[in-house]
Design a protein around this ligand. Structure first.
Ligand code: G1P
Length: 291
């Protein structure tokens, strides 16, 4: 069973400046809920209960968000505004939150390695909160956790992208071994279309076996001079096995303005407006049943 989920959350979010000058990009709201809370809900829905967050300078708001705010709670106690805190209280009841700081931004691989002390020697999930994934039936991480039970190896989530967008993603190639499941034989970080081995792009959901830490330690800086998880995963694929899973659901690139607006419109129409109380975005029936 996978219990822990790592959230690399130390990046600057430069594409959203000036909004992200003093506010962490992970706290950008989609309707009325911060991006990282969607990620945490997805992890809880997948059965995980330990959230390990890799933060950086100026990211205190994330820690505060997953802690009590006595003054606020006291102020709104007994009013109809209390309803607005139901989702975040549920989230806080169902998981623990631990934090570690990444002192230097040396890439996603380095951020994951920084989380090693929080993860230890067990398989774990990674969520990049600015990829917002929605599937009302079964969240993307829950789909991947089910696959992990069967295959017991690292898994990356992929989706097809237009050829001229391969330079934005890690791209995989491999043999399809089952419906929507590929055994990875190549993986390149942000290739130009001519060098791209396919149009299957990695999105921000991973399940990693703990041997990945040792591999990252021995991974030289790659694309952009950064330590890339894609390069480490390729080595893992060559010596063992890495799967790529074409997931079911919608994914929004909330690291871009266009994707963020699309996510906002989608969540407003499909989650917020349809919720009977119109105050909660909660997409997960398990939470609602608990109320
Ligand atoms: C990272 C990964 C990339 C992956 C992407 C998904 O890139 O390095 O392989 O495709 O996340 O969002 P970033 O978007 O952080 O540059």
């Amino acid at each position: 069973m996978i219990r822990k989920c790592l959230f690399p959350a130390a990046g600057y979010g430069t594409r959203f400046l000036p909004a992200t000058k003093s506010m962490p990009k992970e706290m950008m709201p989609v309707v009325n809920k911060p991006l990282i809370e969607y990620g945490v809900e997805e992890a809880i829905q997948a059965g995980l209960d330990s959230m390990c967050i890799v933060t950086g300078r100026g990211k205190y708001a994330i820690m505060d968000h997953f802690d009590k705010n006595y003054e606020l709670e006291h102020q709104i106690q007994g009013t109809n505004k209390e309803e607005l805190l139901v989702d975040i209280r549920d989230v806080m009841d169902q998981a623990t939150f631990t934090f570690i700081r990444q002192r230097e931004m040396k890439g996603l691989g380095h951020a994951i390695l920084t989380g090693r002390e929080l993860i230890g020697d067990e398989a774990f999930a990674v969520i990049l909160a600015d990829d917002l994934c929605v599937n009302p039936d079964q969240g993307v991480l829950a789909q991947m956790a089910a696959l992990y039970k069967q295959f017991r190896c690292s898994i990356v989530a992929v989706q097809e992208v237009p050829k001229d967008e391969t330079h934005k993603y890690g791209i995989i190639s491999g043999e399809m071994i089952k419906d929507n499941i590929y055994r990875v034989d190549d993986m390149i970080e942000k290739p130009d279309p001519e060098q791209s081995p396919s149009n299957l792009a990695i999105i921000g959901r991973y399940i990693l076996t703990p041997d990945i830490f040792k591999i990252i330690e021995n991974t030289e800086p790659g694309k952009g001079g950064e330590i890339q998880i894609t390069d480490a995963l390729l080595r893992q694929a060559k010596t063992g096995c890495v799967l790529a899973y074409k997931f079911k659901g919608h994914r929004f690139d909330c690291g871009s303005v266009e994707g963020y607006i699309e996510a906002t419109n989608y969540c407003y129409e499909n989650l917020y407006k349809k919720n009977e109380k119109t105050v909660s975005l909660n997409q997960f029936s398990t939470f609602r049943e608990k109320r």
